[in-house]
Each structure stands twice: as structure tokens, then as C-alpha cells.
Design a binder for this molecule. Sequence first.
Ligand code: C5P
Length: 286
Amino acid sequence: MTLSLTRCPAPAKLNLFLHVNGRRPDGYHILQSVFQLIDRCDYLDAEVTNDGLIRRSNDIPGVPEDSDLIIRAARLLQQHTGCERGALLTLHKSLPMGGGLGGGSSDAATTLMALNHLWNTGLNQQQLMQLGLQLGADVPFFLFGQNAFAEGIGEELQPVETPECWYVVVEPGVHVPTPAIFGAPQLTRDTKPVKITDFPADEFVKWKNDLQSVACLLYPEVDKAIQWLSQFGSAKMTGSGACVFCAVSDESEADKIIEKHEGQWKLWKAKSLRIHPMMKKLQAKD
Ligand code: C5P
């Protein structure tokens, strides 16, 4: 019998705001943010093998295997648990790289969830989150599996109620390398920390992304996308860019905005999610 899971969703996130409050001695930044799950996903197929090897059936152009987050996630879980089984992984990628949507981190988190289930390695959510942090600061959020107020470097998470709504997302056609934005001399790193009780949930969207002005300076196409989308609402960048988004009243409003675009950018709509769809998929299996 083959043990496998197909079409495991790896959803994108939007940062409804992102404040940079400081920098740690190791160079990582201390931040506050609200992470919002949306229904635009990559999909992973995972099959258990008996040879102990972790392999991919398809490559992502430009990503060498050793820096591939799904391979690294699988090997990390294997080493951590002493599991002797292997896996054949197939990733159906639609989220852009360097987009600020957390695609790579979400792929890694979905890999950990899928293989922990298939290999029966039995790690609990907290243990998976600790493991995930070794792969990237955003990975614990995707294992947390619900919308969150994040602190620390993004790994201290509390559940948060966010507005249920539709978003229009613009991919401005540039890849923004996260370290270049966090490392830029122009970045301000001294936003005063807020208390979660300081602001009502529907206010999140009005708060700034501190990384945005630096990304706009280094990547003018991001700035142009924000200017264009601002005609329709409060447009903002997610993560370290390049994608920008704006909340809209309903799906038809999103369609209307997308139709108005005549240029080269890729535009799509997404609905807010409350729960990570992989959690539901695994619960249905139990
Ligand atoms: O953790 P991850 O590999 O996703 O982070 C990519 C880069 O983003 C880090 O190397 C660091 O330059 C920057 N970063 C940061 N502070 C954070 C998260 C990311 O400086 N809280």
C-alpha cells in the first residue's frame, strides 16, 4: 500500500501591518505584525518511500536542491525524529518567490505537517513550530494555522480576530530579496511597540508596513503598484514585498478592479481564511 497525501494546501499570507521595533545582535529584526491567511495556495503531493531518501519529482527553476525549503523541511523532520522512511515530494507552485506572501515558508510548513502525519512521527504543534523556526522566521506562523498577532522575529504568536473579506493582490513583476530590505540603511527600526489591546481588529489595515518605503525606494515598480491600487482603497505592501494588496468590500468589487488593469502586472483576488486548510484536511483523515 502506498502512503500518500495529495493536494496538500500551502496558503499564502498577507501582513496586514508590519512594524519594525528593533534589531537583535544576530541581525534578525524584532517586529510586530498581523499575519492573515488567504485562500491562494501552492499544493504539495507527498508519498512515503522506503529508501530513506528525500526527493522531489519536479524542480523549481533557479532553486538548488540544498536551499529548497521543502527538501530541507523533510530532512529536518527526518533527522529530528530518527525516521527511517523517505519521501517523494511534488510541489505545484503558483505563489511567486520574493513576493512577501510567505510561499516558501508555507511550503515548508505544509511539508512538515504532511510528513509528520504520513511518517507517524507524532510531533505536536508546538514541537513542529520549534522545528519550523529553524527553517525561517515565518514558518511557525503557518504551523500555528490561524491568523495571528506576531512578535519577536515573527515566532511569538497569539490568535487574533481579523475582518472576513476579499483582497486584490498585485504582483508587480519584480522579486524582492528579503535580506536586502531588512538590511537597507534607510530602514527605520524604532517604531514604538503597540499592545494588542491598543487597537480594534478592523484597524489593522490602517497601520503601516515599515518595510514598504525601503522597498519602494529600491524597487520603483512596487511604488507604482501601490500608487495604482490606491485608487481603489488603502493599498499596502505585504512582508518585504514585492506584492501589494488592498481590502475590498466583496468579490465582485475585486473582479471590477482586476478588469481595470491594462498593464503587465499579475492581479488576482483572494478571500481571507480563518483556519489553515491543511489542518482541516488532516482532521478529516483522523
Ligand atoms: O527567517 P528567514 O530566512 O525567512 O529570513 C530571511 C531574511 O530576512 C533573514 O536573513 C533576515 O535578513 C531577514 N529577517 C529579519 N528579521 C526578521 C525576519 C527576517 O531581519 N524578523
